[in-house]
Ligand binder design. Structure first.
Ligand SMILES: [Zn+2]
Length: 202
């Protein structure tokens, strides 16, 4: 009841802004230097708990909301790609999470940064991954983390990624992987996808 009222009263953009504002307040109570986030570079006494399948303790940065998977991706990008590039590179980033987005936008090794999503409320550019509005051979690097399992035509999405990637460019495609036979999660209802993948944020 309260949840549906909250959704009716506030737009998705307003709910996201409120979400970040509440975390900022929480951050003020957890000032400290025990943990440092490699995405935003900020410190705190501890990280937050997070998880739809039961909260995991001390995993979410309260400044940029990054989880472990985002921080690992961030470290890989910095150590293996950005620090080794000989010239600034162009990046297309699908389903951007705040911590990684801010890190990439401020990097001197990045010449062009496009954050995109099919949902216009969560990214600067609205873009269907199966039908991108970009010319062939546009980007040096494409980041697509935990996206393709939600796309019914994921093969078409991968063809588009290949098309807009420059020759010799790189695509980082990170996705949910389960033991046993491969399951096509894109065919499941959103609630079931979420139950299997844990969550779809950060
Ligand atoms: Zn952070």
């Amino acid at each position: 009841m309260i949840k549906s009222l909250y959704r009716k009263l506030l737009s998705e953009k307003q709910r996201i802004a409120l979400h970040y504002a509440l975390y900022k307040i929480e951050a003020a109570f957890l000032k400290g230097d025990r943990y440092e986030c490699c995405c935003c570079g900020k410190s705190s006494r501890r990280f937050l708990s997070h998880g739809d399948k039961g909260p995991r303790k001390n995993i979410k940065c309260l400044h940029c909301l990054s989880l472990e998977r985002t921080r690992i991706l961030c470290m890989y990008l910095r150590n293996e790609i950005l620090d080794k590039t000989e010239r600034p590179i162009s990046i297309l980033h699908f389903a951007p999470v705040k911590g990684l987005k801010d890190f990439l936008k401020s990097s001197p090794h990045v010449s062009v940064y496009h954050d995109a999503d099919i949902n216009p409320n969560v990214a600067t550019y609205q873009c269907d991954i199966t039908q991108m509005p970009y010319a062939d051979n546009t980007f040096d690097l494409i980041i697509c983390s935990h996206v393709l399992y939600c796309v019914p035509e994921d093969e078409k999405g991968m063809q588009e990624i290949h098309r807009v990637l420059k020759p010799g460019g790189r695509a980082l495609l990170v996705d949910t992987w389960l033991d046993g036979p491969t399951q096509d999660l894109s065919q499941l209802p959103a609630s079931e996808r979420k139950a299997i993948s844990g969550d779809a944020t950060s």
